[in-house]
Design a protein. Sequence first.
Length: 160
Amino acid sequence: MTIAANDKMPTATLFTMGDEGPQAISTDDMFKGKKVALFGLPGAYTPTCSAKHVPGFMEKADALKAKGIDLIVCVSVNDAFVMGAWGKDLGVGDTIVMAGDGSGELAEKMGLVLDLTERGLGKRSERFSMIVDDGTVTTVNVDYNGAFDASTAEHMLKQL
């Protein structure tokens, strides 16, 4: 079953790249007491993800924060090393937390697994965005079949 509005965010361990290497963070800790703009995508360095999805959230970061967002998190079924390098390449700095869901634990628990095995990419995450308020999902937007409109930063701004 796919995660929906009013659901509690599942507990999973994500990894970010810190000065000392990969740092584990529980979704419980990441979302506690914060209003978070979370977006997920099929993979780091992929065309739409690199050219549109992450840049869109970077461009709209100030507007999202002006509407009450405390933290913007990008999650992908990639490891922390890849997410860290990709964040550096895109120049996200502290604007977006680049979180690796290397084993797809969160994607699976949210019911948002995208199987791209036939294309040589394995199991990934659907392209999505959601607002999580103190651990509770308030909105969920999923783009299926290669679409890119419901999960954009622009669409999220309209929902705030």
